[in-house]
Design a protein around this ligand. Sequence first.
Ligand SMILES: Cc1cc2nc3c(=O)[nH]c(=O)nc-3n(C[C@H](O)[C@H](O)[C@H](O)COP(=O)(O)O)c2cc1C
Length: 394
Amino acid sequence: MADLKITVDGLTLPNPFVIGSGPPGTNANVIGKAFDEGWGAVIAKTISLDASKVINVAPRYARMRATDSREVLGWENIELISDRPFDVWEEEFKKIKDTYPDRVLIASVMEEYREDAWKEIIERCQACGVDAFELNFSCPHGLPERRMGSAMGQRTEILEEVCGWVNSVATVPVWAKMTPNITHIVDPGRGALRAGCEGVSAINTILSVMGVNLETLRPEPTVEGYTVPGGYSCKAVRPIALRMVMELATMMYGGGNGAPISSNGEPPIKGEFLNCSLSAIGGIETGDDAAQFLLMGANTVQVCTGVMIHGYKMIHTLNEQLGAFMEKHGFNSIEDFRGQSLRYFTTHADLVKRQAAVKAAERAARDGMVTKDTAWEGEKFVEQSSRLVANQDD
Ligand SMILES: Cc1cc2nc3c(=O)[nH]c(=O)nc-3n(C[C@H](O)[C@H](O)[C@H](O)COP(=O)(O)O)c2cc1C
């Protein structure tokens, strides 16, 4: 029987499925529901010290559906971080930890570029008993106007400095959540780990415009006739998330046996942060989706939009599907297969070389040419010798 239990940064989770920061972890009530249903861990909705500056609008979501099946493929949101007061969150963190002392509760935090603010939020959450932190360097809308979220995450030197402040006071593991709205996600990832974070999470939402209403000519979601670009999530972002997780994992754990994609043909990349952790996010809705991210090197997988579509009970199906995948392959634990697919990334030049070698071998076999000494046969010896002659007209 496959064992889904994992240990990451010293924390033990019954399974690798984590509620990603957002509406599914937005108060003590729903966090309790997630634990009751069996989620591996919960990352609460992102909080800051002064919630009075956070003012949400409605509507703030827009969905992309498949034309025929009406299945939700993409989801845009212009939601901000939590608008609930910090002292209410302190009480709720304490209450959740009192009720669920053995379950992993992760606080997601975001602050302005001020050392005292970051240190204060970490110390106050820590005093409530949270098990770990996720630093939100990645919210793409609204907060960058206050130079928070992705505005910080896009500048490695600022992110690294902030991670340094946090790690100077944090006594529990710290993950830094990366923005995908950047050309090289590896740069801030490396900065966070260099500054002492135990892990990185990726990805947050992708900056997007869902569409334009062709009756009103207004882009969606429309608030009093206007909008802002929002964050895109759900199934549609999964391939991009997989690529970014692969790039981070290659930097952290190394490139396996092939010449990894980001090496420009150089020898395989050496892992720079072998003992750090990786939490994958982006379009995960099934156990098979999760298995793909784990094969890319992730320790945990987060689900946010999926819970908004399917509800908290989806954890039972996720566990069953991941367990079935593991049993099919004879994997007893997540560590048995974590990161196994990284070795199959290489350069395009190497793909061309590999394909040419296979074609040459096929051609030689078709022409009856001996390419290995074991292929010589007594009966065909003379014919085989003659096929190897360079100029067949001699
Ligand atoms: C409505 C909504 C609100 C979100 N709020 C937050 C947030 O407060 N903090 C955060 O770090 N990420 C937030 N996210 C991003 C998710 O945690 C996640 O990184 C992203 O949606 C991709 O994963 P998914 O496809 O499973 O949703 C939010 C996403 C959605 C859809």
